[in-house]
Design a protein around this ligand. Structure first.
Ligand code: GLN
Length: 218
């Protein structure tokens, strides 16, 4: 398996290192020619407006969009989640989002750099121990579509979501030692969800979280 890491800006090395820890090879993706042959792609955190501009100037914007539309598995963290979203409620007019996941996000929705924070998430879907999550100028998920599975929330706001072969996190799993989310992404690609790693959130809980988000930010 070879996973591409969009390498235009942001936490590229950290994601590659996280995949290497799982013995999964990665390829930094900077040019359209590098897209064929990868089995999935990580869109790292960074600055979504900058990545958006670099996608255009590198010629990757359209080819990546085509790959995503044809089902290339993708894992977006923070700015990467913004790029994969359906809509950005306060995005710049020239900012790109791919609609690979039916969520609406608000950039810097938890506040700016000074409001960045860390917390332990009750992500029961990833096993018993909490996920330590680092939020840096993180986007808030304001709406989720009916197909989106919410894997973890903070005060009813989704922070890990997944529909099909797309996984997004509002925080930075590549900055901690916890490899469960990368492992989940890998298992989503090769179909081997290892026993105990992914315990689906009971449907009721997912529905409640999704409904409270649709009603507006808690
Ligand atoms: N606020 C940034 C953006 O809009 C995301 C921050 C991050 O990735 N840590 O892209």
């Amino acid at each position: 398996m070879l996973i591409g890491v969009l390498a235009l800006q942001g936490d590229v090395a950290e994601h590659s290192a996280a995949l290497a820890e799982l013995n999964v090879g990665s390829l930094p993706v900077r040019r359209p020619e590098e897209l064929p042959g990868i089995d999935g792609i990580v869109l790292p955190g960074g600055e979504s407006t900058t990545v958006s501009m670099l996608l255009e100037s590198s010629g990757l914007a359209e080819p990546l969009g085509k790959e995503l539309a044809s089902g290339l598995p993708a894992f977006g963290t923070c700015a990467g989640m913004i790029l994969l979203s359906r809509a950005i409620s306060d995005g710049r007019s020239d900012q790109r989002c791919y609609g690979a996941i039916d969520i609406v996000v608000r950039r810097n929705g938890y506040g700016g750099q000074l409001e960045s924070f860390e917390c332990d998430l009750q992500a029961v879907s990833l096993g018993a121990s909490p996920v330590h999550a680092i939020f840096i100028r993180a986007p808030v998920v304001e709406q989720v579509g009916p197909e989106v599975e919410v894997l973890a929330t903070i005060q009813s706001t989704p922070v890990i979501c997944r529909p099909g072969s797309v996984l997004v996190a509002a925080f930075h799993p590549e900055l901690t030692d916890d490899r469960r989310l990368h492992e989940l992404f890998v298992s989503m690609i090769d179909g081997s969800v290892p026993g105990g790693l992914l315990r689906r959130v009971p449907e009721d809980e997912t529905r409640k979280a999704a409904e409270s988000v649709r009603r507006g930010r808690p």
